[in-house]
Design a binder for this molecule. Structure first.
Ligand code: DGJ
Length: 739
């Protein structure tokens, strides 16, 4: 008898004997087990164990999360902690899987509600559970009221990453107001020696990795802006001990799949217990649940690695590529984008001229950015009017699209569907369609207002104009932009106590439009852009194929933006354009090669004004694009090792990508400025097969003359290699192929 079958039978027998209110395992699971004797749930996958139990007061209490425990080791039953002081009773010091605010809880609740009679006390008790394949569903209920919370746990057997969410259902006869709803609380083993990693930023400066010791109290990561935001990204990673090496040590990490306002709190309590709670942002939030209605939270994914932050991000990348992104990961085509070359001044002849030049260097997709629609001359007008501008494109988009196809490329188009300029036919006709409070100012940002996608008529309008555009034009790719945050987020068309639902309804309608478009146009690919990286999260990535990490295309700044990005997101979706030099961000001059090598660490694009390029620029670009195509599968879908970080003023940075079969590696090395004639620090590869021979080839740049052309993986990893880099803003790249 298999161990899992044995456990299931054991559970069945015990449950019937003890007549516990347990609905038992519907289908045997290799990953999820329930021990009816101890009332312990265990989820084991990919070297990770996650365990919790139903405790002596019928609450769900975490037991363990970390490196896998042997199946033969049984975990003791969950028990509430004793009162520590009259100020710190069991209700607050005992950790919970998903706690309602009520009883004695003084720490961050997962759920907070107000009942119509004024009662705000919510204590959730276990009712039943159900295991099906890799999903565990647990029903909990308030001790007195008919408010049910179903907790879902779905584990990915390949990475051990758990997806957790909650469905809150009102089975009473009166409405309930939800004021705070998290997807999950993640509890870490008790300790004080933790370092929190998180990403902060701003427009043109996204994804800067922050590291700080977790101290008593609470750290809040959030967006209150209606969308994911540039300022914080909904991702965290907690290392045990100080950060020493990228690829060693225990790391617990998580990412929230939500593109609306969100919040993640990281809390160390008075017993030095650390927990992370994340979900809808409770700021300005409420959600009225009528009888028999439900609210489903976003999914909060969490995982564990004993291979440091590097191991954590490799697990997350694999998970995103296989479980989050909408289709099996095709390599991203090398694209050209018109924005930095022509801004709003697009027209048929100008775009066709750029397309010819783009095709000549091996570009596979030509994307026309902003400016093609309505009365769009600059950012003051046109958003909302999605007809082709007849002055710029007198015969519609077809001649340009045909030309692009004749050059062997597919065609992509920029849209910003959720926005409207007050100077537009749409706004003149439907001024009530934007987020607003009646009689109050409507603050413009970039001369635009936000359409209230929560409204069914707005949702239909957006879907139908996109459907029409796609039905009448052969468009392979949409760059979906979103260039401001919310202000005055009112929804006057619904009752005052329903208006704050906008935070949920808007984002759900956004997802449903993306879903319906993809269903109708299965070959369509979409990029999520929000003035750069303002909407990058696992929620939007479920419906999009790539993301635009930053409007800042300075190749040096991009090294740290891309470095931060890859802690949370796969380089496979990280669009990176080569643009002109000196660039607008820093007026810095860099070589074409440096710019290409910076961009080749992700999904390569070109956004330069090709009309200004020299023949030498074209020749270099053509060579490097060809070289990129030879390594892109490895870069986009392989395992990333951040060998040297560009953070904290580092003079050097190095990344290495290794293909899944370990037959190829791509190495990118960068030098900010050499000083005192020092040589470039030796580079030690990682992740190769030690006994396999790899031949090294230069993509650009030189190795020390005594470097062997072929050596084993163990040589490249242990002995390392010396790269010849001197000067300012220099870069070199090499590929290693198994022989
Ligand atoms: C912001 C985007 O991030 C840019 O790449 C470009 O598409 C502009 N919007 C166009 O308005």
């Amino acid at each position: 008898m298999t161990r899992s079958l044995h456990r299931s039978l054991h559970s069945l027998v015990l449950a019937s004997l003890l007549a516990l209110p347990l609905s038992l395992t519907a289908q045997d699971s290799n990953t999820i087990h329930f021990d009816a004797a101890t009332k312990v749930f265990r989820i084991d996958a990919a070297g990770t164990t996650y365990a919790f139990g139903v405790n002596n007061v019928d609450e769900l209490q975490p037991l363990f999360w970390g490196r896998s425990i042997a199946a033969t080791d049984s975990l003791p039953a969950a028990h509430t902690l004793p009162e520590v002081a009259s100020f710190d009773g069991p209700g607050t010091v005992t950790q919970g899987e998903y706690k309602g605010w009520g009883g004695q809880l003084y720490l961050e609740p997962a759920l907070k509600v107000t009942f119509p009679d004024g009662n705000r006390d919510l204590v959730l008790h276990y009712v039943s559970h159900h295991i099906e394949g890799d999903t565990l569903t647990i029903v909990t209920k308030d001790i007195e009221r008919d408010l049910f919370v179903e907790l879902r746990y779905t584990v990915d057997p390949a990475t051990g990453i758990l997806g957790r969410s909650a469905i809150i259902t009102n089975k009473a006869t009166a409405p309930v107001m939800i004021e705070q709803a998290a997807a999950a609380t993640w509890n870490l083993p008790r300790g004080t020696n933790y370092t929190l990693n998180y990403l902060t930023g701003r427009w043109a400066g996204e994804d800067q990795l922050q590291q700080q010791l977790i101290r008593p109290g609470e750290t809040v990561l959030q967006s209150t802006r209606g969308s994911t935001g540039h300022q914080n990204n909904p991702w965290f990673a907690i290392e045990r001990g100080p950060s020493t090496d990228e690829d060693t040590g225990d790391v617990w990490f998580g990412a929230l799949a939500w593109s609306g306002s969100w919040r993640i709190t990281v809390e160390q309590d008075q017993l030095q217990q650390v927990r992370v709670t994340g979900g809808f942002n409770p700021f300005d939030f409420s959600y009225k649940l009528a009888p028999s209605q439900s609210l489903e939270t976003p999914v909060f994914y969490g995982g564990y690695s004993d291979h440091g932050l590097g191991g954590a991000s490799r697990l997350l990348h694999r998970f995103e590529l296989t479980k989050i992104l909408p289709q099996s990961p095709n390599p991203r085509p090398v694209l050209y984008n018109s924005w930095e070359a022509t801004t709003f001044h697009v027209d048929e002849a100008g775009q066709e001229a750029l397309a010819e030049k783009a095709a000549s260097i091996g570009i596979e997709r030509f994307v026309m950015d902003d400016g093609w629609f309505g009365q769009r001359k600059d950012d003051h007008a046109g958003l909302g009017d999605w007809y082709v501008n007849p002055q710029k494109f007198p015969h519609g988009l077809k001649p340009l699209i045909d030309k692009v196809h004749s050059l062997g490329m597919d065609f992509g188009l920029w849209v910003e569907p959720e926005m409207v300029n007050p100077d537009s036919d749409l706004y003149r006709k439907h001024p009530d369609w934007v987020l607003n409070f009646t009689g109050r100012p409507r603050t413009q940002e970039r001369n635009q207002l936000v359409l209230n996608l929560a409204r069914p008529d707005v949702r239909d309008y957006v879907f139908h104009f996109l459907d029409d555009l796609l039905a009448h034009n052969d468009i392979a790719f949409l760059k979906w932009d979103y260039n401001r945050n919310w202000t005055e987020p009112g929804w006057p068309a619904v009752a005052p106590d329903e208006q704050k639902k906008v935070y949920v309804a808007y984002t759900r309608n956004l997802y449903s439009i993306l879903h319906d478009l993809r269903a109708k146009y299965p070959k369509l690919e979409i990029e999520s852009c929000s003035g750069g990286g303002g909407r990058v999260d696992l929620g939007i990535m479920h419906y999009t194929d790539e993301v635009w990490p930053s409007d800042n295309t300075d190749p040096f700044d991009r090294l740290s933006i891309q470095d931060g990005f890859t802690y949370a997101y796969t380089p496979g979706v990280m669009m990176a354009w080569v643009t002109d030099s000196p660039g607008w961000a820093n007026n810095r001059t860099t070589s074409v090669t440096y710019r290409f090598l910076s961009s080749m660490q992700g999904s390569l694009g070109v956004g330069a004004n090709l009309n200004k390029w020299t023949p030498e620029d074209f020749a270099t670009a053509k060579d490097l694009i060809a070289a990129y195509k030879g390594i892109r599968e490895t870069v986009q879908h392989g395992s990333l090792y951040r060998l040297v970080s560009p953070r904290n003023g580092s003079e050097t940075s190095v990344t290495e990508s290794v293909s899944l079969d370990k037959k190829q590696a791509a190495l990118f090395t960068f030098l900010h400025s050499s000083t005192m004639n020092y040589p470039y620090p030796r580079v030690f590869l990682r992740g190769l097969n030690p006994n396999t021979s790899y031949r090294v080839t230069s993509i650009s740049g030189k190795l020390a003359t005594d470097t062997p052309t072929t050596a084993t993986g163990s040589y490249w990893m242990s002995h390392g290699l010396d790269v010849e880099l001197k000067g300012d803003f220099q870069a070199a790249a090499f590929r290693f192929d198994a022989q």
